[in-house]
Design a protein around this ligand. Structure first.
Ligand code: AMP
Length: 543
């Protein structure tokens, strides 16, 4: 059987899987319904059956209570996505069904095993969200080679990494539920993320909602109707609004038939009207883009190219505004597929180059992968059906220099007031995949018995910010020797790796006593929970 590795774009509204074939081309693999992308919608049909994709999206109209959409917006933030059959389902479990649908359909479509995957996530995802994404892959029974950022995958697909000269690229990614802007410096050997920003609650769905409001108002005035739309009419309106929005990407006008309360109205919807009612949404993406450009410019980078990714960049308003504002004609190429294809190309790269990492990953996760997924470094290159030389990556390792996606702070008394003191700041470069920062604080009172190191993860970039327990990710307690005066030096070292794992060291410099702790963000499942869910969810039949 041919051996391939895969790239999966686990999107907020649509997901996609791709692989690199024997000719070195990245291809998207169709699902069993025959489409290149699969709606990221899951419907719990019975205690042992789940429906994923287009059918689930349509079922949402008649069974909204048992259907989950936009689950990606919950990843790493909550342990709860839906209650079905008196059982709380986590976002990881729900996402795992989407991944399984992609993997199982792809395996049938190309008649090959789908096991080793690179999954993508937004660049601004922090530790919790990335770990949740990886856990979803494990629950789906996949071997997750790496989680990479969507804009990095897109840049790999656009071929930006093939050019030897250094370029600064801005990736504007407007998907169904998220907006992400990333600036990278790229050449054939290295991709360095300079900064990224985004809004994980802004995407095509908001353009749909604006359209729904407009259509509902027009319906109300045409039919002199002042009641609400019931659940069925709302879902129906949402599907029609999305369709109308997509049609306006190709033509100037489209008719929409709105049905509610037993009445029907025909509304003529124009692109001009659509642009007008969604102007503020587009503007907020431009504000984020401006902010990212300002950060990059401060560090001496000037944007050379703009790449568009995400289905919503098909809206002509996006290209128009970006070109007007920045004087660069954005490049747009298969916006729904670029991320999955780039991830597939990267998967080949990782598979060939990172065998020690893979073996180590297997060791670390004993029990959560089956023995047949343990890779043998000596023959893995031969195993792959694609020759990397044909892909012009030539088996060479391309380094990806990431930047911190979050700021990390510790609690300290500043001017007699407790404050969070940022030690690692968001968008700092991590040249070797690690960033280590040390700072020395003093004990607050004499004879202090312990030093409590309270760590916070946030998007704040100032040196200090007010304490907010919502951002707390963990605590480490350092026992102190007797009779310390106030102001006795305590060194705190924070070390963050590219997987987002934070190691905390507290050192009492008087006695040289140390404490080490690994911080997990909130809402991260334990490996036992992941393993239990993997076993349990495998019993569910996908339809
Ligand atoms: P993604 O998350 O990248 O798959 O993007 C999905 C979003 O792209 C959804 O909100 C779609 O409605 C939107 N989309 C797809 N095709 C078009 C189109 N032709 N015009 C406007 N929006 C589109």
């Amino acid at each position: 059987m041919a051996k391939y590795v895969y790239g999966i774009d686990l999107g907020t509204t649509y997901s996609c899987i791709a692989y690199v074939d024997e000719s070195g081309r990245a291809n998207v693999i169709k699902n069993l319904e025959g489409t290149n992308t699969t709606p990221s919608v899951v419907n719990f049909a019975s205690p042992n059956q789940v429906v994923v994709g287009q059918v689930a999206k349509e079922t949402a109209v008649i069974d909204p209570k048992n259907t989950v959409s936009l689950v990606k917006t919950l990843m790493g933030k909550s342990n709860f996505a839906i209650n079905y059959n008196d059982e709380d389902k986590s976002p990881e479990e729900v996402s795992a069904y989407i991944l399984r649908k992609l993997a199982e359909d792809a395996a049938k479509e190309i008649d090959a095993e789908v096991k080793d995957v690179v999954i993508t996530c937004p660049a601004y995802f922090g530790t919790a969200e990335r770990t949740a994404t990886k856990n979803a892959g494990i629950i789906a029974g996949l071997n997750v080679l790496e989680i990479i950022s969507e804009p990095v995958a897109a840049a790999i697909y656009y071929g930006c990494t093939k050019e030897p000269e250094e370029k600064t690229i801005l990736v504007y990614d407007l998907g169904g539920g998220t907006f992400d802007v990333t600036i990278m410096s790229i050449n054939s050997e290295k991709i360095e993320i300079i900064c990224s920003d985004g809004d994980h609650d802004l995407g095509g769905k908001d353009w749909d909602s604006a359209t729904m409001r407009y259509l509902a108002d027009e319906f109300a005035s045409q039919k002199s109707y002042d009641g609400d739309f019931d659940e069925y009419a709302q879902q129906d309106l949402r599907l029609k609004a999305e369709k109308a929005k997509q049609q306006l990407s190709a033509k100037e006008k489209t008719p929409v038939i709105v049905e509610a309360a037993g009445e029907r109205a025909r509304i003529d919807f124009s692109r001009e009207k659509f642009d007008e009612i969604t102007f503020s949404l587009l503007n907020s993406t431009v504000d984020k883009t401006d902010a990212a450009i300002a950060v990059a410019e401060k560090r001496g980078f000037k944007v050379d190219e703009i790449l568009l990714v995400g289905g919503s960049t098909r809206m002509p308003q996006v290209t128009r505004v970006l070109e007007e504002k920045y004087g660069i004609k954005p490049k747009i190429l298969e916006p729904d597929e670029a991320v999955a294809k780039g991830a597939a190309i990267h998967a080949v790269n990782v598979y060939i180059n990172d065998q020690p990492t893979l073996s180590k990953w297997d060791e670390d996760n004993k029990g959560s992968v089956t023995s047949d997924s343990v890779l043998d470094p000596s023959n893995s290159v031969e195993q792959l059906s694609v020759d990397p030389a044909m892909m012009s990556i030539g088996g060479k390792k391309r380094s990806i220099v990431v930047a911190t996606t979050k700021s990390f702070a510790v609690e300290a008394i500043v001017n007699k007031e407790p404050k969070c003191c940022n030690m690692i700041i968001k968008n700092n470069s991590m040249p070797d995949g690690v960033i280590t920062v040390s700072q020395t604080f003093g004990t607050y009172i004499a004879n202090q018995e312990t030093a409590e190191i309270v760590v916070y993860e946030s998007d704040f970039m100032d040196e200090y910010f007010d304490i907010d327990k919502d951002y707390e990710i963990g605590t480490a307690t350092l026992e102190l020797p007797d009779n310390l005066p106030s102001g006795a030096p305590i060194e705190i070292i924070l070390s963050l790796n590219s997987e987002g794992i934070l190691e905390v060291t507290g050192k009492d410099l008087t006695s040289n006593k140390e404490i080490h702790a690994t911080m997990q963000s909130k809402n991260i499942m334990t490996s036992e929970e992941v393993e239990d869910l993997r076993k349990k969810s495998q019993q569910m039949v996908l339809m």
